[in-house]
Design a protein around this ligand. Structure first.
Ligand code: B3K
Ligand code: ZN
Length: 866
């Protein structure tokens, strides 16, 4: 396998204004006749070189003249025709076997349904083509198939024609008038039910909305439909973006490599992020559906109308679209809670990536397999970079810049540089240094130290930034970092931030721009010694460090006017307490006491209170240690939960009782917040993990009227060894045996259990008749969840490592993309003790030696070992 470098980018030698595809569907032997109009744009005489993979070439012709085998060369992944005119029609006929396509890339079948996944490089598994994002064509797609088995025939764009044919077959012709890259091509054929609706856009056009699902699942698509309509409206208001075709379709499929895909006019979804009902989906599922439906819809502008020139620009569409969907969800729900959730996810996955062997910039410089670069850095850090731009230029200028971007680059395959340039042109700001956020990998540390001069009433705040080396980047330059902050007095009031030289009292919050390695900001008129509330709303994807006592932190936890930083203060206080407990300290009485006021105010904002009550996860605590000790982390964290529970038993009891739900289920944010708070209380009320705790958790499970509460009950029981736990798990299994998505939860809850027998149970579950290596959702539900179980995956005897190692090696032969992603479980291996390191290294080395290893797996494993 060899690396591809950004610096080697070359424009294509041909344009392909039009592509006509003719599909004759058959699970074992689908025939694809492709007709492409080619126009030379590059060097005269350059050969035609097309990508192709796992294809059987049936015939190839130029301007109607079939080519003889000596007129072209065929390599495993390339078709080269040395001698072609400057303008011509190329006809290529290929044959593929969708039923054997376990990679789920290109055209494949799942549960009797044909569907495609072409991003990033799946189109080359359908026909020979310039399978790169900077070749934009207008596609016309004709699909022919058995009418009984495949009554629904879909592709991108508008339906032009359909009709019946002889032998029980029928056909449909679709045309997508918007030129697009091949990765946005889609086709679906099958026997599907449909949920229909429509919307009138801002300019008064009516757009038909259709969501296709397995028959019987139509009612479970209503929340997705509702989310879609709200997303379409929001994009008009927030970004001035209107939908452009007359029809927008979504199809839900059960076998899919990731969440969903933004194919023009025909989004394809993993049904996990589309189907919901109160009996089958948790509040988190509802929120995720809302977010993903919006994300894929928003891609219509940030991705489809303006796409990427090459895959090094991936964050151009992904970071931006994540930023857009985060903004949407924040507007639909609570801004503070959404920010907390996003930051938590960022720290959990992206900070971990940035700190390890797979660290890469938001704009990578090279890759072996692009599939490995759909990472948290490209997506979530990419979104943070855009958030910083918005913070720096302000809301209005941000909108001006995005308007400019959409108008300037509409219909183009653009670059990250084009994007930043729009911000410079729209705002007049120099963003030269800011561009480093795209080029430098790693999480900067911002260390603050302050000095209060009581006599002069000044406060000097020194901010220093540092960025550690990452693979391939030994030296780093100082970045342009927005640091949003406030100051809180010991009395609890917010202090104005007046900088030396200001001629009026300053605001209570401001954004400092840190551009040098170290800068000092002097505030004047500071009436009392302040506590600094730094990095409010997480104003940069950085680690903010400031020396503060436990008393300072609990003070901020109660008084910081910025709710995000109240949460942050609580997290830091809890983490500090847990780290101290690992060295023998008792639970920090200040932290334990500080939960009192949180409970007193819990009803004011229940979703927020639930977050205040959720302690840092074990893997978050691990991030703060030089050598991770999973057993000690688990024990200390549980001990702190028990200390909090013991100190506030009465308040938790009262809260739990008061919040018991009798109203009909509604997935809205307020109702979800209420359930989240009650379930947070349940966590503390069952903290002892004893018989009484099992009884309460079992009662919670039995009396639940929705999936959120059922899962909360089960999650508590999953920690315990008790007949109640066995009974509930058996009941859940039998009740939902036929519902794959719910059964995934059953697998996952057992895989994440802290119980000592978890490895054994996961092994047993792999023999369950419902376990299926070919279904990514199932593998992720069991093995993916298990590898996130820090305590048991990292079992000292290495049993967890062997389990996951065996699975990824086996899975590599079935679905290399999913397998390589799952190998990320070993990404942190160097952060553990020598014994665990040796065990993990052995798994990685064994993987590298596996015969026939995919290049996906080769890339991640060799980088992890480097
Ligand atoms: N663009 C797709 C991701 C494709 C992943 C290919 N390996 C979904 C999304 O980000 O919206
Ligand atoms: Zn996306």
């Amino acid at each position: 396998p060899h690396a591809i470098h950004l610096k080697d980018y070359r424009a294509p030698d041909f344009r392909v204004p039009e592509v006509a595809l003719d599909f004759f569907l058959d699970p074992q032997a689908t025939r694809v006749a492709a007709r492409m109009r080619m126009v030379r744009t590059g060097a005269a005489g350059a050969p035609l070189v097309l990508n192709g993979e796992a294809l059987k070439l049936v015939s190839v012709a130029i301007d109607g003249h079939p080519l003889k085998p000596d007129q072209y060369t065929l390599e495993p992944e390339l078709l080269t025709i040395p001698d072609v005119p400057d303008k011509f029609i190329l006809d290529v006929v290929t044959e593929i076997a969708p039923a054997d396509n376990t990679l789920l890339s290109g055209l494949y079948t799942a549960k009797g349904l044909f569907c495609t996944q072409c991003e990033a490089e799946g189109f080359r598994r359908i026909t020979y083509f310039f399978d790169r994002p900077d070749v934009l064509a207008v596609y016309t797609t004709r699909i022919e198939a058995d009418k009984k088995l495949y009554p629904v025939l879909l592709s991108n764009g508008n339906l032009m024609e359909k009709g019946d044919l002889a032998n029980g077959k029928h056909f449909a012709v679709w045309n997508d008038p918007f030129p697009k890259p091949s990765y946005l091509f889609a086709l679906v054929a099958g026997d599907l039910g449909v949920l229909e609706d429509s919307i009138v856009t801002m300019s008064g056009r009516t757009v038909d909305l259709k969501i296709f699902v397995e028959h019987g699942n139509e009612p479970r698509a209503t929340y997705a439909m509702d989310s879609l309509k709200r997303a379409m409206k929001w994009d008009e208001e927030a970004y001035g973006r209107e939908y452009d075709l007359d029809i927008f379709m979504i199809v839900a499929v059960s076998a899919f490599n990731f969440g969903a895909m933004e194919n023009k006019g025909l989004n394809i979804f993993n049904d996990r992020v589309l189907l919901a009902s109160p009996e089958t989906a948790t509040d988190d599922d509802y929120a995720r559906i809302e977010g993903v439906v919006a994300h894929e819809y928003f891609h219509n502008w940030s991705g489809d109308r303006i796409t990427c020139r090459d895959w090094f620009q991936l964050s151009l569409k992904e970071g931006f679209t994540v930023f857009r969907d985060q903004g949407f969800s924040a507007d639909m729900r609570s801004k503070a809670v959404k920010r907390i959730e996003d930051v938590r996810a960022l720290r959990l996955r992206q900070f971990q990536e940035d700190a390890g062997p797979l660290a890469h910039p938001v704009q990578p410089q090279s890759y072996i397999t692009i599939d490995n670069f759909y990472t948290s850095t490209i997506y979530e850090k990419g979104a943070e970079v855009i958030g910083m731009l918005k913070t720096l230029v302000g809301d209005e200028a941000y909108r001006k810049a995005t308007d400019l971007y959409f108008s300037r680059h509409d219909g183009q395959a653009a670059t990250v540089e084009d994007w930043v340039k729009c911000f410079e042109d729209a705002t007049g700001r120099d963003l030269a240094q800011f561009r480093l956020w795209y080029r430098q990998a790693g999480t900067p540390t911002i260390t603050a130290s302050g000095h209060y001069d009581a006599a002069k009433k000044t406060y000097a705040l020194t901010l220093a930034q540092a960025l550690k080396p990452t693979p391939g980047q030994p030296e780093k330059l100082p970045m342009h970092i927005p640091v949003r902050l406030g100051m809180v007095g010991k009395s609890g009031r917010a202090l104005p931030l007046t900088l030396e030289g200001d001629n009026a009292p300053g605001p209570e919050e401001r954004v400092l721009e840190l551009t040098a390695p170290q800068q000092t900001f002097v505030f004047t008129g500071v009436e009392e010694e302040p506590l600094v509330s730094m990095g409010r709303r997480f104003s940069a994807p950085a680690e903010f460090r400031i020396e503060q006592s436990a008393a300072d932190r609990t003070h901020l936890m109660a008084h910081d006017p910025d709710s995000f930083n109240r949460w942050e203060a609580g997290q830091t206080a809890a983490r500090t307490a847990i780290l101290a407990m690992m060295k023998g300290a008792a639970p920090d009485p200040l932290y334990v006491a500080a939960i009192g006021p949180v409970l007193e105010r819990a009803l004011d904002d229940m979703a927020f209170a639930a977050n205040m009550l959720s302690l840092p996860l074990e893997s978050e605590i691990a991030m703060a240690m030089d050598v991770v000790d999973p057993d000690a982390i688990h024990a200390a964290r549980v001990a702190l939960i028990r200390a909090v529970a013991a100190a506030h038993r009465g308040a938790f009891d009262a809260l739990y009782g008061k919040l018991s739900d009798t109203a009909a289920f509604s997935p809205d944010a307020a109702s979800a917040g209420k359930r989240a708070l009650r379930n947070a209380a349940l966590r503390f009320l069952t903290a002892a993990d004893d018989g009484a705790a099992a009884d309460l958790a079992a009662r919670h499970y039995r009396t639940a009227t929705n999936m959120t509460d059922m899962v909360a009950g089960l999650a508590a029981l999953a920690r315990m060894t008790s007949p109640e736990a066995d009974k509930a798990f058996a009941h859940f299994h039998d009740r939902f045996a036929k519902n794959a998505l719910v059964l995934d939860k059953w697998f996952g809850l057992q895989a994440t259990s802290p119980r000592a027998d978890t490895v054994e149970r996961v092994k047993a579950l792999m023999k369950d008749s419902h376990y299926d290596l070919k279904n990514p959702n199932r593998v992720r539900a069991l093995i993916g969840a298990f590898s996130g179980n820090q305590l048991r995956f990292h079992a000292a005897d290495g049993s967890g490592y062997t389990l996951v190692g065996d699975v990824i090696r086996q899975l590599d032969g079935v679905n290399a993309m999913v397998a390589a992603r799952m190998a990320g479980a070993f990404e942190t291996w160097r952060r553990f003790d020598p014994a665990r390191q040796a065990l993990m290294r052995a798994e990685l080395e064994a993987t590298l030696k596996t015969p026939g290893l995919s290049s996906n797996m080769f890339e991640v494993v060799s980088k992890m070992l480097a």
